[in-house]
Design a protein around this ligand. Structure first.
Ligand code: MG
Length: 364
């Protein structure tokens, strides 16, 4: 058996800068991995970024973990579950683990000749799609929402930050009283901001996402008791155990599942099951992935356990040109996963090489 693991660090400019409570991103700089074995070529993408702002991981820590630890565990091409068991003694570094885990999902679904969304279990055959809108200059908010509504997105999510929430949400609701609207605070508030957070109830949001600390569930439980708006957790749910604990202490109604954050698709499916068992709801988030990372997200979002629209916009929202030739198209607020084996993307290898600022091979 021949086995080759290689990587490209790609830098793709974003069509429009994306602003959240922790900063503005102007391009996507991502490690893309390629695993070749006996005629099968599998891909994955690390959801880490240049900066450790969403979580403590960044591109450099992910590469360190993958090169120095995780690549040593895949010489016999284990199943994703077996791989996760092997690397359990490595604490944290979920995004690095997920990158390798998803490479194995793509490899095994391709070697079985099955599309990933079916390989993952019972599929709806489509993913419901919402949009995440970064913080914008005031005059751009209403036209941007209008454009998204006209395109058919099933849910509009607005990024907010402390002190800007009232302006953003009142402007949006005044022009769009009836749309399904939510807000994502990316951990920008503390429990002492409870009056501000309670004022958000008047906007009739589908949910308020991760208002408090990135590693908190206790304060979220306190906050949830005082709000009528459902609480969605993102950053704080980094494992199936934490998902269970969050529901046990009534800290959460909805979970935004990002495969990178939770260590991959195996844990994502476990979390989706836990959410359903507790009567909660789940959707699939995004990290401004290229077409490779996005294909994994769409496959997961098509699973029957995912019951709310995700942040899985077609790639054209983010990049003028993607590193895959077959980009997703949205039809009436849904995207169908690819039916060819694995993630089903056709990588534009020339463009991938052209947009790479670094590339190389990792010995296994
Ligand atoms: Mg979020």
């Amino acid at each position: 058996m021949t086995l080759k693991l290689s990587y490209n660090l790609v830098k793709l400019p974003l069509l429009t800068p994306f602003t959240t409570s922790f900063g503005t991103q102007v391009d996507r700089v991502a490690y893309v991995f390629t695993l070749e074995s006996d005629g099968i070529t599998a891909y994955s993408e690390s959801t880490t970024d240049v900066d450790p702002f969403y979580s403590y991981e960044d591109n450099i820590t992910a590469m360190h973990l993958i090169r120095d630890y995780l690549s040593k565990e895949i010489s016999d091409l284990p199943t994703p579950q077996a791989f996760m068991e092997r690397v359990e003694h490595i604490k944290g570094h979920n995004m690095a683990k997920a990158t390798v885990e998803m490479l194995l999902w793509d490899y095994h679904s391709k070697s079985s000749g099955i599309s990933l969304h079916k390989y993952l279990g019972k599929s709806k055959g489509y993913a419901d799609v919402g949009i995440s809108i970064g913080m914008l200059e005031e005059d751009k908010l209403v036209p941007t929402i209008m454009n998204a509504v006209n395109k058919g997105y099933k849910r509009i999510k607005l990024k907010i930050s402390k002190g800007k929430e009232t302006k953003i949400l009142s402007t949006a609701r005044l022009s769009f009283p009836d749309i399904t609207l939510s807000a994502d605070a990316n951990c920008d508030y503390r429990l002492e901001d409870i009056e501000t957070l309670q004022s958000i109830d008047q906007y009739n949001l589908a949910y308020l996402e991760q208002p408090l600390g990135h590693d908190d569930i206790i304060d979220h439980a306190s906050l949830r008791q005082t709000l009528s708006t459902p609480i969605c957790l993102d950053e704080a749910v980094t494992s199936p155990d934490l998902a269970r604990e969050a529901f046990q202490i009534d800290a959460v109604d909805i979970v935004n599942i990002k495969p990178g954050r939770v260590g991959g698709l195996y844990n994502s499916l476990k979390i989706a099951e836990i959410v359903q068992n507790y009567g909660g709801h789940a959707w699939v988030g995004g990290m401004l992935e290229t077409g490779i990372g996005r294909a994994f997200n769409i496959a997961l979002a098509s699973n029957h356990l995912i019951d709310m629209p995700g942040d899985t916009s077609p790639n054209e929202k983010y990049f003028s040109k993607d590193i895959v030739r077959n980009v997703f198209k949205m039809d009436k607020g849904t995207i169908a996963p690819f039916e060819s084996p694995g993630i089903g993307v056709v990588v534009d290898t020339e463009y991938l090489a052209m947009m790479s600022i670094e590339s190389g091979e990792i010995p296994i």
